[in-house]
Design a protein around this ligand. Structure first.
Ligand SMILES: [Zn+2]
Length: 458
């Protein structure tokens, strides 16, 4: 196996200077006034793909911001790997909370601070430098490469799905590589193997035909606010479990490997408690905080509205009440089944004298990787070579909808190897990238681009 360590050390000052140049481009996708910067970002990515040794690059127009496509074909019979990332960033406001200006990258204590440092420009750059490291040393990249770097991830990847399906033949691949997730500690590389899905609903409870005087009518009518409160209370039991019939039936049990990895993670419950600023952590009985965040489904009220909510008092008996309720789902729950069972349970809990209507908003299925697929072995070996320890399999409590779109479009497995550390302030002031992780990540990816080819060939 080649050792890329010394060449990366030699080139690192230049790599970092280039990354700083990338980070100086304020490619904020949501801000129409930054359209020029978005274009500069796309051009920068395309130029630097070529510098890395990707011969074919194209800045492709969409209805929104351009997608940069890079291609390097070695052999029609070789396996194909598709890399996905994004060059757009979140807005930087409030700028006065940044220690140094957000688009002037600054190094402090081994960290590089700038908007986009870790989400996702820094991680995209690690891939480009890993490819450059291999190719400039004359070490083969034994797979066909397709690089898709978009400019609308932070605004919901509005045009990506259509782009993928319109180009599904051109982009056909055997594996999808994504670096837009995190790791648990600087010395502990991680592969994200599961994401939660979501079901989002609104419960409307209607009582009397108009608001009433609580003195004249209180006691003789069913109050929709009280009714809603009893519905919500009835949706969970004392152990923090949802009371929806069948809710946990298809929840996958935590595997031995996952349990062993959970034990490797330096998880400090007290730090979590302080981070959220609550007097005590809560959740489903019988599970640790990480199990609750990654492996268990939830049921939470996201908003409540009824009656008089102004300053002082008003003796009103409201005619309606509303709650927004969402459920984070885990494999193998199915959004459509969950929402049906939820609606039935809400109606069952509603007292006579009110009418209940439930609206459904966006939803998304949970995702879990097939970690038996050989690309996971390739990634584990590459990460262990660079970090000195095998990666932990972790999950993510939120959703990354594009992962499912990639798997659906290409029927290929997704590998989520990310390098954002806890507290890295993605989307917040003082976003940072750990420079030792940047260095080791480039090395790991340089190995991965070789190993993944061998594993995919079988
Ligand atoms: Zn991102």
């Amino acid at each position: 196996m080649s050792d890329f360590s010394s060449s990366i050390d030699r080139d690192l000052p230049r790599f970092r200077a280039e990354l700083c140049e990338f980070l100086r481009i304020p490619s904020i996708s949501t801000d129409p006034e930054r359209a020029g910067a978005i274009r500069d970002g796309a051009t920068w990515v395309s130029d630097h793909m070529r510098q890395a040794g990707i011969p074919e690059t194209e800045v492709i127009e969409t209805e929104g911001h351009p997608i940069v496509l890079g291609e390097r074909m070695v052999d029609d019979d070789a396996p194909t790997v598709l890399l996905y990332g994004h060059y757009d960033v979140q807005p930087s406001e409030p700028d006065d909370l940044w220690t140094a200006p957000p688009f002037e990258p600054t190094e402090r204590d081994g960290r590089l601070y700038a908007r986009g440092a870790v989400d996702d420009k820094g991680q995209v750059h690690m891939h480009l430098k890993a490819l450059e490291t291999r190719l400039s040393a004359g070490v083969d990249v034994p797979v066909n490469l397709k690089l898709v770097i978009e400019g609308e991830e932070e605004i919901g990847s509005r045009n990506l799905g259509q782009f993928l399906s319109e180009n599904s033949e051109r982009l056909a691949c055997d594996a999808v590589l994504i670096s837009d997730t995190g790791m648990f500690a600087p010395d502990l590389p991680c592969i994200t193997t599961g994401l939660r899905g979501i079901v989002y609903t609104e419960i409307n409870v209607y009582g009397p035909s108009s608001d009433l005087h609580s003195g004249s009518f209180g006691g003789a009518v069913v109050n929709p606010a009280n009714a809603l409160a009893s519905i919500l209370a009835g949706l969970k039991d004392e152990d923090g479990r949802a009371t929806i019939p069948g809710y946990y039936d298809s929840v996958r049990a935590i595997t031995d490997r996952e349990r062993a990895d959970l034990e490797r993670l330096p998880m400090d419950e007290e730090i979590l408690r302080q981070t959220v600023g609550s007097s005590e952590l809560g959740g489903e009985k019988g599970f640790s905080p990480l199990e609750r965040l990654w492996y268990r489904p939830t049921l939470d009220v996201n908003g409540l509205l009824s009656g008089f909510t102004g300053e002082g008092s008003k003796t009103v008996l409201p005619s309606k009440a509303m709650a927004k309720v969402s459920m984070r789902l885990v494999p193998d729950q199915q959004a459509s089944q969950v929402v049906e069972a939820f609606e039935a349970r809400v109606k069952e809990l509603a007292p006579p004298g009110v009418r209940v209507e439930i609206r459904r908003f966006h939803g998304g299925e949970p995702w879990v990787a097939d970690t038996e697929h050989p690309i996971f072995e390739a990634a584990s070996e590459a990460l262990e070579t660079a970090f000195g320890t095998p990666p932990a399999f972790i999950r993510e409590g939120g959703s990354i909808p594009i992962v499912q779109s990639f798997e659906d479009t290409f029927a290929a497995p997704a590998l989520l190897v990310g390098f954002a550390l806890p507290g890295c302030n993605a989307h917040a002031p003082d976003e940072w990238l750990d420079l030792s992780v940047y260095r080791r990540g480039i090395e790991a990816l340089a190995h991965l681009y070789g190993g993944i080819g061998d594993k995919l060939k079988g």
